[in-house]
Design a protein around this ligand. Structure first.
Ligand code: MN
Length: 683
């Protein structure tokens, strides 16, 4: 083994004309002790621990990742050595290549070997005692070989000051510059020093200022306090208890609302003075401490990213989102909502107690009348708390998913979180509702009519249906979206066309509906559909239905009618049935489908609807319609039930809106129809 080129395995497994991974160079020990961890979203998500030794990176694949809980002993499979250059690799390995999938640099630092004087001795004994000095991984970890074979090891944390059941670094930021420190009892909060006028500066961010009581929120194990304020009520304490980690110190505002539902300092003071504490929400805008880290030395943008990652989805513990750069845009939006002011903050600023020029208060009344002339469009994502206040959601604790325990509040919080990506797909489209007032196991009913109880601020459009004009809901903003969900909607049913040209669909849609057929058949048909459509010059899009089916979209140039999109999609379906007759059918009568996947093209019709990307489906898994990269179809582990209301926000953060081209990439059907006709005539 020692005489052999240690990188031979690495080289043999890869085609360096096709993979962006670094080709192996001559092995030259440099005497360092670097470690890196890659998060590898391959067929199965795992983490690759790599330790520099002898001029290569010795590697272990850890399917379950790293736990700071010493009781968790995780399998670690020794894999081939990697070249040192791999310590910098971060990228996507194309399908068909070894390890296809996304490889993200997850942690990096240096390690020390304990106890054994040499690596060789430790390896021979099968016991590597490592001290890791990374950003996420710290303290002592043991890699121990098992009896099951030379490559089968266990990885676990040892008991030291870093150990703890939840110490996994979930923040997604670099903690390298955050000093270790005990959780403080209290800190003098940071404040603005001078008022200012609105301005545009990409290095600043702008937050709504909520009228209420400025307060820290301190979580120390089970003990949640508001230093300097009265006791926390059980509801808010429970919300804070579900914040990730054991210890945290948040900065924010306690807010109660007035009769009109607007944040109100007087109502807040009244509640705190002995009134109803349950009327108080906590709007968090900064994270000063987490676990053993003093985060005040990190830039504000990092602290906010960490705060966002930590907060549970809860209607009483809210994240104060910000608008980057565009002060006038936010000021205009908050003025329109009757709110008094915003606070500008320098994105790179550290947290300093007391007044600071890195914060500026900008009041609506003080704004010069000319600012609107130079204002950019108002931000798409209006601050979440305002929408909550406007909609006043009800029955938040009602359990909608008895198995998983998700509540109506969880569903509302999910939609608020994904709204910035979802709303563009709903805008201007009439919406039908399917309401599940008692959750997924209860009765549901369909409804086109926005309803007589619709508040005046809702946007609706009248559409003729059965001889009457029926007002249809049109979801263009967060309050309207939350209103629809508050009515008991779980998924959403928008039209394929928009107000103004309701007879012209924006996309042709082929619905692969398996009913009882295996999901693997759906995957094969989706692959075939992708190949076929790309072969005739189109750029199709793919998403899961959120259940076990898939939707293939072809965005259309303006001007096509439903008859065009339907004829086109029918031709596509016929080609697929011809190619895979044992898997697919276009038979409309379910009893004649012989257990095959139904290729449904009939949704390409006025007043038919299609579930949009990111909609949650009323099924036990709380799964979500998830846009896919086409090459994700090559992943044997692809499981549509993995995309849920819990996992989708992270995927969106990582991949962005894969379905954006549905709104932007309108395509010309005419040449494709000709090509399809030829295909159908041939053979
Ligand atoms: Mn790997």
């Amino acid at each position: 083994m020692t005489d052999r080129d240690p990188l031979a395995d690495y080289r043999e497994k890869r085609d360096f004309r096709r993979t962006p991974e670094p080709p192996p160079a001559a092995v030259q020990p440099r005497g360092g002790q670097v470690f890196v961890v890659h998060r590898h979203e391959a067929r199965q998500l795992h983490y690759d621990l790599r330790l520099e030794h002898g001029g290569v990176l010795c590697s272990w694949a850890v399917p379950k990742g790293f736990s700071y809980d010493p009781a968790q002993k995780h399998l670690a499979v020794r894999t081939e050595d990697h070249p040192l250059a791999y310590e910098h690799f971060d990228g996507r390995i194309p399908k068909g290549q070894y390890g296809a999938g996304t490889m993200t640099l997850w942690d990096k630092g240096h390690y020390e070997l304990k106890v054994f004087p040499t690596w060789e001795a430790a390896l021979a004994k099968g016991e590597l005692k490592l001290v890791l000095h990374g950003r996420r991984l710290r303290g002592e970890w043991h890699l121990v070989r098992t009896q099951q074979g030379p490559n089968t090891w266990l990885l676990f944390k040892t008991r030291d000051g870093f150990a703890g059941p939840d110490r996994d670094s979930v923040l997604g930021i670099d903690l390298g510059r955050a000093p270790l420190a005990p959780l403080p009892d209290f800190l003098e909060p940071m404040r603005w020093a001078t008022p200012g006028a609105p301005f545009v500066d990409p290095t600043w961010l702008f937050e709504v200022e909520f009228a209420g009581r400025r307060s820290l929120l301190r979580k120390d194990g089970p003990l949640v306090t508001l230093p300097g304020q009265p006791a926390v009520d059980p509801g808010l304490a429970a919300a804070a208890a579900s914040l990730r980690g054991h210890r945290a110190l948040l900065d924010g505002v306690l807010v109660a609302t007035d009769a009109q539902g607007r944040p109100d300092a007087t109502a807040t003071a009244r509640a705190l003075a002995g009134g109803d504490l349950q009327t108080l929400c906590y709007y968090a805008f900064d994270l000063l401490h987490w676990e053993d880290y003093d985060l005040r030395a990190l830039p504000l943008l990092d602290r906010k990213a960490a705060l966002r990652a930590l907060l549970p989805a809860h209607p009483r513990l809210l994240f104060v989102d910000h608008v980057a750069g565009n002060g006038p845009g936010l000021l205009e939006a908050i003025a329109a909502r009757g709110l008094p002011a915003m606070v500008g903050k320098r994105g790179a600023s550290l947290y300093q107690s007391g007044p600071s020029d890195d914060w500026r208060r900008i009041a609506v009344a003080d704004a010069p009348a000319t600012y609107q002339d130079r204002a950019e469009p108002a931000p798409e994502r209006t601050p979440t708390p305002t929408a909550w206040q406007q909609v006043r959601p009800s029955n938040l604790t009602k359990v909608y998913w008895p198995g998983a325990g998700h509540t109506k509040g969880d569903l509302l919080a999910y939609y608020a979180t994904v709204a910035e990506w979802l709303l563009p797909h709903l805008r201007d489209r009439p919406l039908h509702l399917q309401r599940f007032p008692d959750g997924i196991d209860g009765k549901s009913f369909y409804q086109r009519d926005a309803g007589p109880q619709a508040p005046a601020w809702l946007s609706t459009t009248p559409i003729e249906h059965d001889g009457a004009l029926v007002p249809h809901l049109v979801v263009g903003d967060l309050p309207t979206l939350l209103h629809a969900i508050n009515l008991g909607s779980i998924d959403l049913h928008p039209w394929l066309s928009r107000v103004g040209h309701l007879d012209q669909p924006d996309y042709a849609v082929l619905d692969l509906d398996p009913k009882e057929a295996p999901f693997a058949w759906v995957v094969r048909l989706a692959r075939a559909a992708g190949r076929l459509l790309r072969g005739i010059g189109l750029r199709p899009l793919l998403k899961t239905s959120g259940k076990r089916g898939m939707h293939v979209f072809v965005p259309l140039q303006p001007g096509y009618g439903y008859e065009h999109s339907r004829m086109f999609t029918e031709a596509v379906a016929r080609c697929l049935v011809r190619e895979l007759p044992e898997l697919a059918t276009i038979e409309r009568a379910p009893e004649r489908r012989e257990g095959k996947v139904y290729l449904d093209f009939l949704q390409n019709r006025r007043s038919q609807t299609i579930v949009p990307p990111y909609a949650v489906r009323p099924v036990a898994a709380a799964s979500v319609s998830a846009p896919l990269h086409w090459d994700e179809l090559e992943d044997d582990g692809l499981d549509p039930a993995r995309f849920t209301l819990q996992t989708m926000p992270t995927r969106l953060q990582q991949h962005g809106d894969l379905f954006r081209p549905a709104l932007e990439d309108g395509q010309d059907l005419a040449p494709a129809i000709d090509a399809l006709a030829q295909l159908l005539r041939g053979r």
